[in-house]
Design a protein around this ligand. Structure first.
Ligand code: DAK
Length: 258
């Protein structure tokens, strides 16, 4: 692949967006490649978590590639949007837990990519923002939907309308970043969080991801029913038996993830 580096280590897939000269801006081939990696990973039972980061010192992803985008016509714009939305939606719905390790600028489509991930760990150097209205467009990779769900409608509107860029501390305060860590420790801390999650019953973790993501798009009564179905499903697994037996026998659970 030209713009994506991926490597796996003991159940964690590390994915790096690798166009540092363009601050890792997402052009269509990068989106395509990211989609291919995600499609492969989502089928892998041995990969439990994914960490996505950007290469170089400055950026996670500085948005969609403006140099490619500026000549698009409406049909091509729709094509790009469909392609990216499909990839982002795959990230949101894949059974693995996805952590964005935000190492620098996460702007526009980059901020939207981080929000499609389950958790955002930010380096002290991370900068978040939705600058699309500076370009005469609006966030189009679901930023108008995911940002208000994460930080509330008022703050989301402020960030999108003013295009103000915010640092990691502010992102943490408003709930956009889950955690802020020293820049040098970003990958280590993200991996530590991934490995902590991986000690749990991953079947339950994956169903909780689905219940949260899908439930938030339902009315509450339907979401409660959906949660109850997911809860019930856990009782068909060895993990539920092992988890509860381990508790009752005062030992550590040894989950098999089924
Ligand atoms: N696209 C293309 N190239 C970019 C880029 C981007 N988004 N961001 C940076 N670069 C390139 C710069 O052009 C420059 O290239 P050279 O001049 O060296 O060839 C190189 O990366 C280094 O950038 P700077 O020289 O500007 O670096 P600085 O440190 O001075 O500034 C910056 C860093 C991040 C503040 C600045 O680069 C910047 O403002 N970048 C643009 C950020 C931005 O506006 N991002 C949002 C893009 S809009 C769609 C749905 C969604 C979207 C699109 C379509 N559909 C529904 C179809 C999403 C839109 C967006 O994400």
């Amino acid at each position: 692949m030209e713009n994506i580096i991926f490597k796996e280590k003991d159940g964690v897939m590390f994915i790096t967006i690798n166009r540092p000269k363009a601050l890792n801006a997402l052009n269509s081939s990068t989106i395509e490649e990211l989609g291919q990696v995600i499609s492969n990973v989502e089928k892998r039972k041995d990969i439990k978590t994914v960490i996505i980061t950007g290469s170089g010192e400055k950026a996670f992803v500085a948005g969609a590639d403006i140099s490619e985008m500026h000549t698009l016509n409406a049909i091509e714009g729709r094509e790009l949007a469909r392609k990216a939305q499909k990839v982002f939606s795959k990230i949101e719905h894949m059974p693995q837990i996805v952590i964005a390790a935000v190492n620098g600028y996460a702007l526009g489509g980059g901020c939207e990519l981080s929000m499609a991930c389950d958790i955002r760990v930010a380096s002290e150097r991370a900068i978040f923002g939705q600058p699309e209205v500076n370009l005469g467009i609006l966030p189009g990779f679901a930023g108008t939907q995911r940002l208000p769900r994460l930080v509330g409608k008022g703050v989301a509107k402020e960030l999108i309308f003013t295009t103000d860029m915010i640092d990691a501390k502010r992102a943490y305060e408003i709930g956009l970043a889950n955690k802020v860590v020293a820049h040098e420790l970003l990958i280590e801390e993200s991996e530590k969080m991934a490995r902590k999650i991986m000690t749990k019953g991953m079947f339950g973790v994956s169903l909780a991801k689905a219940a949260i993501n899908d439930g938030m798009n339902m009315d509450t009564e339907s979401a409660y029913k959906y949660e109850a179905d997911m809860f019930g499903l856990c009782f068909a697994t060895e993990d539920q038996k092992e988890g509860m037996e381990a508790f009752l026998n005062k030992r550590k659970a040894n989950f098999k993830n089924f």
